[in-house]
Design a protein around this ligand. Sequence first.
Ligand SMILES: Nc1ncnc2c1ncn2[C@@H]1O[C@H](COP(=O)(O)OP(=O)(O)OP(=O)(O)O)[C@@H](O)[C@H]1O
Length: 657
Amino acid sequence: MASEFQNGPDQILPAEDSTTTSPDVPVRLRIPETGKAIETTPPVSIPGLLKRTATDFPDHPALAYKAEGKWNKITYKEYYELVRTCAKAFIKLGLERHHAVCILGFNSPEWFISDLAAIFAGGIAVGIYTTNSSEACFHCANHSRANIIVVQDQKQLEKILAIKSRLPHLKAIIQYEGTPTSADVISWEDLLIIGRDQEDEDLERVLKTIGVNECCTLVYTSGTVGKPKAVMLSHDNLTWDALSICERLDVKKGEEVIVSYLPLSHVAAQVTDIYIAMMYAVCIYFADANALKGSLINTLQEAQPTKFLGVPRVWEKMHEKMMQVAAQNGRVKKSLASWAKSQALHYHLNRIKGVNGSGWGYCLASSLIFKKVKQALGLSRCTLFVSAAAPLAADIKRYFLSIDMPIMEAFGMSEASGAHTMCNMGSFGLETIGMALPGMKTKILNPEDGQGEICMNGRHVFMGYLGDREKTDEAIDSEGWLHSGDLGRIDENNFIYITGRLKELIITAGGENIPPVPIEQLVKSELPHVSNVFLVGDKRKFLSVLLTFKTDVDSDTARPLDTLLPSVQDWLKSLGCPAKTVTEVLEAGPHPKLLEALKESIDRVNQQAVSNAQRIQKLSILPVDFSVATGELGPTMKVKRNVVAAKYADIIEKMYA
Ligand SMILES: Nc1ncnc2c1ncn2[C@@H]1O[C@H](COP(=O)(O)OP(=O)(O)OP(=O)(O)O)[C@@H](O)[C@H]1O
């Protein structure tokens, strides 16, 4: 880089184009010459941002982690120093400019520090899903030219050791938990010793060359539709998206607490836990690795977060648990709860309509009931409940409204650096994903009846897919609009609604285009004992559904078990076909009474179908529920359609035989 561009890391490097597919080519930022204050806010790099917060909030706790049963805290000043130390070690170990540091592990201070250190050292941070196989890890590490791989433990290390010889750029492996069993693997403690032994000079030299418009992070999409793509994000993409989200929300600098537990390789968790946190001096509490298997509640109770983000499946599971608890309540408690719920529902539904003011009933229910419920969930200090990354069914939102926990939906994608729309406590609804965030633009492409593809524009639009010009040009058009592949509409108040996904559209043999998710959600709301619904019908004469029942989950492996949840068992018993397991349900073919009940529900869904082609004609019950561990769900719990279709090809064929 020419010597005049040595004012990093907050400088804007010269760039010819607003997209790129090369890791070392900066892009033109989408900052208009004139515009709203948010659109023209001067860009800040990630190292610049952390330095700023460490200067403004030096003694404020940044990261809280539990060791030997005790919470330990790292202040913002210490966090900044640790990142610098780690960055110096990475440089010493041979991290080259624009090469990757891959991180493979559950959320922890070491994950955050490695991610930021990679960026400080002029490299590219890449999170790899802990559920990835060795080969899937190979794809990320090889494609991003990883010089360094940071792993959590022996289990993750083994995946890397198996592919190490095929990674020509790899120079060092670091293991941050447990003692490395392999001599050439560096422990976290040794990494910090290497870093502390270095002078600041090399790091400062690299920092000066960094620009806000170059790639600092790659997000590999989870591949719910096709092969994972490497989304290149610049410093400005990430820091500006975080800024815009915080403008929409009531985030208070230095006062917020967030629990980190969602997979950090996904953009939603990364932006919330790392970048919003860094921008607003949030204190992050790390949940333990069993968070999604049930231990999250313990961390919530201890950390008492002030903001909480869940993917839809997290909200669904919480709903399921609460229904189980409620079912055990006596008559008096039940009627008290239903009175309280009606008060909250009335209050919040009025707020959605713009009618404010809480009556005495709501206030009483709030102090008598909801306060206790929130306390039990560890959410009594929480002023914001968010759902993102996939659609959340309206009936789940309605349930949480009724217990005084209005869930704000956010919509976005990796290619939009996180969020593009969001509801807030002042404007939300049961069906909407909210309005575009400040400074972001939305367009509905080729609308028919107001419905078309959602396209987005703004500083959050990604740089391009690494090494893939064709896909980059498909995603971002010549005017800079990012095509989401989602179908939607905008109402007169600028609220946006998702109505389907072009990328997973079912096209029947008769040529009718059918978005499956809304139909699947309708079936789910008709059948509360069903866990997953999968619509089939691509190139077929009619639609069918595959259903899975709610079952217990193995707490070690997170795999679904055969035993039906007690509520499902009760329901089956009430139908006159008692069964304790899915195997029993399927053994002699589903009981006619069960089939009748399922068909009645499907008939109710069919009554809402907009055309004959959208009516479901057949159904099958699957032998096991879907899960991340068994591969049918991606890390944000979206169904991997190709995996399910391949796994149950026989069952599907039988329905069409
Ligand atoms: N609130 C929401 N409501 C409905 N759909 C959503 C919402 N948020 C995200 N999505 C869906 O998720 C998509 C973005 O997915 P994301 O970029 O997170 O990729 P991914 O889950 O890693 O994997 P893949 O791109 O392979 O599906 C959006 O295009 C949209 O279809």
